[in-house]
Design a protein around this ligand. Structure first.
Ligand SMILES: *[C@@H]1O[C@H](CO)[C@@H](O)[C@H](O)[C@H]1NC(C)=O
Ligand SMILES: *[C@@H]1O[C@H](CO)[C@@H](O)[C@H](O)[C@H]1NC(C)=O
Ligand SMILES: *[C@@H]1O[C@H](CO)[C@@H](O)[C@H](O)[C@H]1NC(C)=O
Ligand SMILES: *[C@@H]1O[C@H](CO)[C@@H](O)[C@H](O)[C@H]1NC(C)=O
Ligand SMILES: *[C@@H]1O[C@H](CO)[C@@H](O)[C@H](O)[C@H]1NC(C)=O
Length: 434
């Protein structure tokens, strides 16, 4: 099941700075934003007093108080990539860009350079030592699976996992690293909450979904108690037409075209879905793990929507000063930060840790990292014609595991919450997303 991030009905909208097409009902969103999202336009942390209310302890950096590892630029790395499609079998067909004839290889040869410090390149042996005897679950959509497959490939220099899945359903895989007693699992839940497809075609041929925004998706919430790390993500599926239910009643919808149902912005559903997912985690009696929110990774369709010839043909990253997060990407990101903060405060009462794996800025800069037409043979009839949502393997998504490794190292370093709180570097972020 592939993502179709942008529905037919979206209006073409180009940013004045760079031609990043963001499919969205700009007018409708703009009308609703002030009502449903009063903070939009004001970076979240501008509205808080750090001295009075310490910000989240989402991340930090041990020896460099001023360094936010998620804020930086891509720099050339001639040593990359660290695996290929012949050394790693875990690359999903549709992300095996070299197999399908991608002509350029530059896109693999960059590493993330945070402003003011270094992000070490992933060390598979060290990673496996850190997670020895532990378990990690990926909950969310196929971009989360893309992330896990990158991790399997990066670890493949040391060991391959064995398949210990409890179901033949490919959406719920479980892998075990025998020498390290490390278990990894994926739970398919692109909306994070209880959801069902109400109409396979729907108004835009991308399916119409019923989203039960206040109900747990038990396919994962009943399964994660024993996991040490959860990596949660969601995003692209919220672009699809959906009917929003709360308390068993329809409260509105996102472009469902049902005549008596109020249209709401997609951030309405997105916000509630994260709130419910985090509430589920915080309500698990036996869960003791660390929850990572892997933030939204923007798509990069240019010169058209996904189904109107839009494509991602660039072969170089943007520099940080060439593009800024805005429009629906900013809105989804800010929604995530808000819900993260709420979850973190609730979690702290229970001794549960929440961490922000903040990939948004780094990935915004990588229009060159997507499969585009190289996720399938030219004659194949696939739903996502030009894939500007997922990421080629090897490719920039490998950096998510550099981030993850750095964060896991910090957890083990007698990581101090208070110190950490001083390091959110909201100031950098304010500048970037204003
Ligand atoms: C923030 O700080 C200012 C001055 O330090 C104070 O007047 C204001 O009430 C504070 N706001 C909050 C929400 O704590
Ligand atoms: C790997 O990529 C090469 C092109 O670089 C391609 O010829 C080959 O078929 C691919 N192999 C696999 C196993 O995907
Ligand atoms: C493997 O790790 C699990 C926890 O994930 C633990 O319960 C189990 O005892 C470990 N097994 C061995 C053989 O160390
Ligand atoms: C919409 O209207 C139809 C009939 O006009 C009614 O049967 C249906 O329950 C209404 N739906 C909602 C959500 O009010
Ligand atoms: C592609 O597949 C869809 C549905 O699977 C079908 O409706 C359409 O006609 C196909 N297009 C081509 C060119 O085969």
């Amino acid at each position: 099941m592939e993502l179709i991030p942008l529905s037919k009905a979206h209006k073409l909208q180009k940013t004045p700075v760079i031609l990043v097409v963001v499919g969205t009902f700009a007018m409708i969103l703009l009308t609703f934003i002030p009502i449903c999202y009063p903070l939009l336009g004001y970076p979240l942390y501008l509205l808080q007093n750090f001295s009075n209310s310490p910000p989240s302890s989402s991340h930090g950096y041990k020896d460099a108080k001023k360094c936010d590892i998620f804020s930086g630029d891509w720099v050339p790395n001639p040593e990359a990539p660290y695996y290929t499609n012949t050394t790693c079998w875990a690359i999903h067909e549709h992300q095996n860009c070299m197999k399908y004839g991608r002509p350029d290889t530059e896109f693999m040869k960059w590493r993330w350079k945070p402003d003011g410090c270094e992000l070490p390149v992933f060390d598979p042996a060290q990673f496996l030592e850190i997670v020895r005897g532990k378990s990690m679950a990926f909950v969310g959509d196929s971009v989360g699976r893309n992330h896990m497959q990158s991790l399997i490939c990066l670890l493949s220099r040391v060991e391959y996992p064995i398949d210990v899945s409890y179901t033949p359903d490919e959406q719920f895989k479980r892998w075990r690293y025998p020498s390290y007693n490390f278990t990894m699992a994926t739970f398919w839940s692109p909306h994070l909450v209880k959801a069902e497809e109400a109409d396979a075609n729907g108004p835009t041929q991308t399916g119409l979904f019923n989203l039960y925004l206040d109900q747990f998706n038990q396919e994962w919430t009943t399964q994660i108690q024993e996991f040490d790390y959860l990596i949660v993500n969601a995003g692209h599926w919220f672009f699809r037409p959906s009917v929003y239910y709360e308390n068993h009643q329809i409260v509105g919808c996102r472009y469902c075209l049902l005549h008596n149902v109020t249209d709401l912005p997609m951030s309405y559903g997105y916000k509630k879905a994260f709130r419910t997912a985090f509430r589920a985690i915080n309500s698990l009696e036996h869960f003791k793990g660390i929850t990572f929110l892997r933030t939204f990774a923007p798509s990069h369709f240019e010169n058209g929507l996904w189904n109107q010839g839009g494509n991602c043909l660039r072969t170089r990253p943007f520099r940080a000063n060439e593009i800024k997060l805005e429009g629906i990407n900013l809105e989804l990101y800010m929604t995530q930060l808000e819900e993260f903060k709420i979850a973190e405060i609730e979690g702290r009462k229970r001794g549960l840790k929440f961490r922000l794996l903040d990939t948004t800025q780094a990935m915004l800069l990588r229009p060159d990292g997507h499969p585009s037409t190289y996720g399938h043979w030219p004659h194949e009839n696939v739903t996502l014609y030009n894939d500007c949502v997922h990421w080629c393997l090897p490719g920039p998504i490998d950096t998510w595991n550099d981030f993850l490794m750095e964060m896991l190292k910090m957890e083990g370093d007698g990581h101090d919450e208070t110190l950490n709180q001083a390091k959110l570097h909201s100031n950098d972020r304010k500048m970037k997303f204003r």
